[in-house]
Structures are given as C-alpha cells and as structure tokens.
Design a protein around this ligand. Structure first.
Ligand SMILES: NCCC[C@H](NC(=O)CCC(=O)O)C(=O)O
Length: 441
C-alpha cells in the first residue's frame, strides 16, 4: 500500500514562557524566569512547517491548548469568576499559575503514540493519547489532546483515538518521543520499538533525574494500538543518560525506515539490541555516534538526535536540525562527515527554533509523525494541512493576537486569558475544528 509520513507540528501557544517546570530537562531548569517571546516562538514553528511543506513533505498543524487552564485551577480550590481564579492563584501560588499556563502542548511528539494501519490488527490507524504523568503541567494536556486528535482524525472507520492511560506513575507515558518505527516503505508492516526508562518490577533506576516512561505503559499502549505482536520490541533507555538530561528517547535517537541514528550510549545492552534489530529489519542500518566524537553532554546541548530524519522521493534522507548543532564545532564536523559517508543521509536543513529549544524542545519534539495511506490522508480534516494560504492566514493571526514578550508576572494579567480565548476561538474557525476547548462548551 502506498503511504506517506505526515508530520503534524504543534504550534506554540500565546502563554509560551520559561517556568522551569521540568526537572530532568536541563534547558527548562536553566532558563527558568527568562523572558520569552511567544510571537517569535509561533513564527519559528510556522516557518519550519512551511519550509518542509514547500520542500514537498506532507505537513499538518496541531493547535495550542487554552491556557491558563482555569478548570484545573478550580480543581485545586481557587474559586470565583475565571478572572478571580487567576487573580487568586497569582497572589497565593504563582508557580501553580505558571504550570497551568504552560504552552507545553506545543511538543506534540508527546501528544500520543501512533500505529500506522499496516501494523495494526484491525487495519485502522491507532493513536493513544499520552498521560504525561511525570509532570503536573503536562499531565493536564491529555483531555484536550484527545479532543483535538478526534477533530483532526474524525473518521472512526479509519482512525481509532484512545484516551490516555490511567494517571498514575506506574503507567507514565510520554507518547511518540519514546517510540520508533523501523522498516522499509511506510506502507509496509514495520517494527515498533518502544523505549522505556523505568520498569517498576525490577532493575536499577536513574539516580538523579526521573525516568518518565514505564514498560507497563509501553505495553498498554501497544495493546491499545493493536500492534501486531510479531512487530513489537521493547528496549530500555540507558539510565545513565537519563541522569545526564536525556529525559525522552528522542533526545538520543531518531529513526526513519531502515535507519536508526543514535548515540552509542542510548540503550541498555545496545550491541544486543542492534543485533536483534538487524535480524528483524531487512537492510537495517544503525548509525551509532561514538562518545569519542560527540559526548552525551554535546547531544543534550545541541539536540543533534532531536532531529527529523525525512525521506526524499529519490530514497535519500534529509536531517532537519536545530541551529544549536551548527554552532557546536564537534557536532557540526560530525554531521558534515556523515554526509560524505555511505548512508542515505545526504542533506542537512537547519532551523532557528530557539524559543522552543530553551525549554528543551527541538525539531522532533515539535512534530507528531503519522504514517497514512492515500485514502487515510484524504480522510484527515483538510483545514489543518499546511499550504501557502494557511501559512499566510496563521501568520496574520499570530501578529494579531500574540505578545512579543512574556514573563511569569504577566500571567496574572486577566487580559491574557481573554486574548487567548478570543485567539483560539478564531483558530478553531480557521482550522474548522468545531468546539474543542472547555471554554467553548
Ligand atoms: N519533547 C520536549 C518536551 C519539553 C518539555 N518542556 C517543558 O515542559 C518545559 C516547560 C517549562 O519549564 O516552562 C518537557 O520537559 O516535557
């Protein structure tokens, strides 16, 4: 079956700011209380989407969530009108207002785990929403993520959207950021490699930072997504790299078709894993970057592996990288040698995504990959697919509603709440999504 990889990018929201909410994500901690520029964040995201759409890749968009999240603040005991809720939390617990205002839903690699129809027992595309249980500000994303995915993939005869796993640590699930699909053409059955950081039943844990994804969660997602059991493999991320800031597997590995581009220290028992992958994937091509060339610290600082590895029509591959890779001489030298070597990667494309990067989100974090057949692609809500008109409309929309400067104290401004709702109401019309936000009900 002919199929495509369609990338759906999350759009940074109007309250994008640096709150230091993600312990274990070193960029988040380091940049706490820096001044953000939500308008620039959104435009950087839109430019990546447009450039890839112009280069012939299929590209969609996933809108931001409504923030501050007033309903979660009510759940925590703040009451009154919506404006009063915001005023009270700002005065009594500004860190909670910050968490309830996070624009973290932009990192849609954590929105869900996707199984293409070629891999599933019922022949539908399955998407299981991630519970993001490890961080409060992210765990609140799940219900709206589910509503958005249902609005984007409405045809239940082709798409199955599953709600998030139970919200407990045992089932901590971070979505596609800990999931790789390897194989041949996109439309052929692939091998789904689920990567977990923690298995509550055994094994040592990272010492310093939390492991967000559990094996029990990965197993449940594979069941929900009806992945053919013969196409499944579970592997453990190296706890030592989690302790160095690799909070998701997509900070240390990226795959496309037969290629797995990863650091030498990415996985536990890595040589055995590579042997197993070589046995199960025809033409498997690992590209393992040795520590002697690029350290884990360099990988975390530059997000070398948080790149998008995209197939071009001639069968070669393109690596989409954040600008931080270009300014690190070791990483940049390695990448340029990679182009010369015998492998499918023959082009690098660099994007300025600094607003997102400063919170620990690179090119791969910003996109959710959904492999779709022609018929499935035609069943996607067409209004979310990127083209010249949508790009122009969204740029105007960003200019109209987004601020170019935001700090923690600005979150208390009741006008920010009103601006956000007006903007998202308009956005759901542009993208023809119907009523997906709480405030619209
Ligand atoms: N895949 C990239 C996810 C980045 C995200 N950062 C954050 O939520 C930081 C938010 C802040 O600190 O303001 C996270 O750690 O889950």
């Amino acid at each position: 079956m002919n199929a495509w990889e369609v990338n759906f990018d999350g759009l940074p929201g109007l309250t994008h700011h640096y709150a230091g909410l993600s312990f274990g994500n070193e960029a988040s901690t380091r940049n706490q209380f820096q001044v953000s520029n939500p308008q620039r964040a959104a435009k950087q995201g839109l430019l990546k989407m447009k450039a890839l759409a112009d280069a012939g890749f299929k590209q969609g968009i996933i809108p931001p969530q409504a923030r501050p999240n007033v309903s979660v603040l009510r759940q925590l005991g703040f009451d009154g009108s919506d404006e009063q809720v915001v005023a009270k939390v700002a005065a009594q617990a500004p860190q909670l207002l910050s968490a309830a205002s996070s624009a973290s839903s932009m990192w849609v690699a954590n929105a869900a785990t996707v199984a293409p129809s070629a891999d599933t027992l019922d022949g539908r595309v399955h998407l299981t929403v991630a519970n993001l249980n490890n961080k409060f500000h992210r765990a609140t994303e799940a219900p709206t993520t589910e509503a958005l995915l249902r609005a984007i993939f409405p045809d239940e005869s082709r798409f199955a959207v599953h709600r998030a796993l139970p919200q407990v640590a045992m089932f901590g699930d971070e979505g596609a950021a800990n999931h790789n699909r390897l194989g041949g053409d996109y439309g052929q059955p692939g091998l789904q490699l689920f990567v977990y950081g923690r298995d509550e039943r055994q094994e040592t844990q990272p010492q310093r930072y939390p492991a967000r994804q559990t094996l029990a969660a990965s197993e449940a997602v594979a069941r929900l997504n009806q992945v053919n059991p013969s196409q499944l493999l579970f592997a453990r991320q190296n706890p030592a790299v989690i302790d160095q800031g690799v909070f998701h597997n997509d900070v240390i590995a990226v795959s496309n078709r037969q290629v797995l581009f990863c650091h030498q220290q990415a996985f536990v028992n890595q040589p055995a894993l590579m042997t197993e992958l070589a046995r199960r994937i025809p033409g498997f091509m690992p590209i393992e970057v040795p520590t002697a060339r690029v350290t884990v610290a360099d990988a975390v600082a530059t997000y070398l592996f948080n790149s998008q590895l995209l197939s071009t029509p001639d069968g070669s591959m393109l690596l989409v990288l954040p600008a931080e890779c270009e300014t690190n001489p070791r990483v940049w030298r390695y990448l340029n040698e990679l182009l010369e070597r015998d492998n499918p990667i023959n082009e690098l494309k660099v994007f300025d995504l600094r607003e997102s990067m400063a919170n620990g989100g690179g090119p791969a974090c910003l996109r959710l990959r959904v492999v779709l057949t022609d018929a499935e692609y035609r069943a996607v809500n067409p209004s979310v697919l990127m083209n010249d008109t949508l790009f122009a409309t969204l740029n105007d929309w960003v200019d109209r509603y987004y601020r170019d400067r935001l700090t923690q104290s600005d979150l208390a401004d009741p006008q920010l709440l009103r601006e956000g709702r007006e903007a998202l109401d308009r956005l759901t019309q542009i993208l023809q999504l119907g009523s997906v936000y709480d405030f619209q009900h």
